[in-house]
Design a protein around this ligand. Structure first.
Ligand code: ARG
Length: 451
């Protein structure tokens, strides 16, 4: 770890600020103090350093914490600066803190320690969003709305069914973040530069003191792997992609008057006095682009890096901080926007049947009464072009079947199938939009949230 050992020799030069991560390391200031404390306690317990030296180091670390990151002496990074500050306070013995470790395992431990906390916060925002979606679903189980494919009216559904579609996706986002968390939560401390150490250290003890679930066993793997960063950024990017779809839907629904965002989540125009714009959701949509960019940037930085430590890794870390901050904020805003939006039930009901969206239900009804589905599809398609009502269906029946519709199906059942609310109620297959099917989904969503 040449940076620390030969610090005086390599302390200056025109590349000094280019090399330094000290400013960005503010993020891991607290983590580094925790890692220093755990390592110092372990060294003393193992008899590698004296208890009184360990005590002095710990006292110095407390004072450094109080002074804050801004008071640190200059250094190539926070690890070097904190060590220098300890030595400034207690003398050369402060240098014993760095026995049996390297900045390589130290920084990896700090990143994991801090990212753990950040990912937990991200996970919490996914839970809040799921709660918002469940609440919307709970309130709007009977609120019919148009459903789309290709952005064209397709089949009527309900607001609850739509909300639970996103709840399911966000639930998987939560799971992916939890998976990433489990692999972040492993201690690399004790890997040293990459090749372990001659000292009789206790890696399980430092892992335990820092609350890690275990250790990254191989010391080279511990000090130099960053796949946990990639996995985290990928999981965040996937969540941001889910959020972008949700945002886009709500933007379109607001455009059609189906939903009105609360003022808290809207912007106005500096020139057009009547405007109420869904800017928050547009920014949520854009965060997915930033996150995808981070996945790309991080992957490209890690690709082809040889083992063990290379300084490229310093620039890998920032992708994770930027992404976790942006996506957590986007998730929080999406949850708030969804929770406070007002659904316009009348407009939704009026539009639910637009574009002959009940056509599939009519074709299903004819098929259920014995017509081959393909023939029913053709008959209803002809009716769609000629008025899309009962009379059009009757005319199409004469044309396709050479007989009245009544010969095949009860006219009342056709009238029901043409009604958007009846159409929704009849689609009660598992996972479907009928209120009773949505009830099951709602129960499962609540149960998953509670878990
Ligand atoms: N600031 C560095 C980083 O973030 C710390 C490790 C430096 N190690 C070294 N051998 N130069 O990766």
């Amino acid at each position: 770890d040449e940076g620390v050992v030969r610090r005086d020799r390599f302390s200056g030069g025109p590349a000094r600020s280019f090399l330094s991560s000290l400013a960005a390391d503010e993020r891991i200031f607290g983590a580094d103090l925790a890692v220093d404390r755990a390592h110092t306690v372990m060294l003393a317990e193992q008899g590698i350093i004296d208890d009184d030296v360990a005590g002095e180091i710990l006292t110095a670390l407390d004072a450094i914490e109080v002074d804050g990151h801004g008071s640190l002496p200059d250094g190539e990074d926070v690890h070097e600066a904190i060590e220098t500050a300890v030595i400034e306070r207690i003398g050369a013995d402060g240098g014993k803190m760095h026995t049996a470790r390297s900045r390589n395992d130290e920084v990896a431990a700090c990143i994991r320690y801090r990212l753990r906390e950040d990912v937990l916060e991200a996970i919490e925002t996914t839970l809040a969003l799921r709660e918002s979606l469940v609440d919307v679903a709970d309130e709007h189980q009977e609120t019919i709305m148009p459903g789309y494919t290709h952005l064209q009216p397709a089949q009527p559904t309900t607001v609850a069914h739509w909300a639970l579609a996103y709840e399911g996706a966000v639930r998987r986002d939560t799971e992916r973040l939890c998976d990433a968390y489990a692999r972040i939560n492993q201690s690399p401390l004790g890997g040293a530069a990459f090749a372990g150490t001659t000292f009789d250290i206790d890696r399980e003890r430092t892992a335990d003191l820092l609350g890690f679930g275990g250790v990254v066993e191989n010391s080279m793997d511990a000090s130099s792997s960053r796949d946990f960063l990639l996995e985290t950024v990928q999981a965040l990017s996937t969540h941001a992609t889910t959020l972008s779809g949700l945002a886009e839907d709500v933007i379109i629904f607001a455009n059609r008057g189906f939903v009105e965002l609360s003022d808290d989540y809207s912007s106005t125009s500096s020139i057009m006095p009547q405007k109420k714009n869904p800017d928050t959701l547009e920014l949520v949509r854009a965060v997915a682009g930033d996150a995808a960019g981070s996945v790309q940037g991080l992957t490209t930085t890690l690709k082809g890096l040889p083992r063990a430590y290379n300084r490229d890794l310093q620039r890998a870390t920032t992708h994770a901080w930027e992404t976790v901050d942006a996506v957590t904020e986007a998730s929080e805003v999406a949850a708030g926007a969804v929770a406070t939006a007002d659904w316009n039930e009348e407009t939704l009901a009026a539009e639910a049947g637009a574009g002959f969206s009940t056509a599939t239900g009519v074709a299903d009804l004819l098929a259920a009464n014995g017509l081959p589905f393909r023939t029913a599809h053709e008959l209803v398609a002809i009716a769609a072009d000629n008025g899309a009502d009962y009379d059009a269906l009757e005319a199409a029946s004469q044309e396709v079947l050479g007989d009245s519709l009544e010969a095949y199906v009860d006219p009342d059942a056709v009238a029901d199938a043409l009604d958007p609310a009846e159409s929704v109620a009849s689609r009660d297959s598992q996972g479907g939009p009928a209120p009773e099917a949505v009830d099951d989904q709602l129960g499962a969503a609540r149960e998953a949230l509670a878990t």
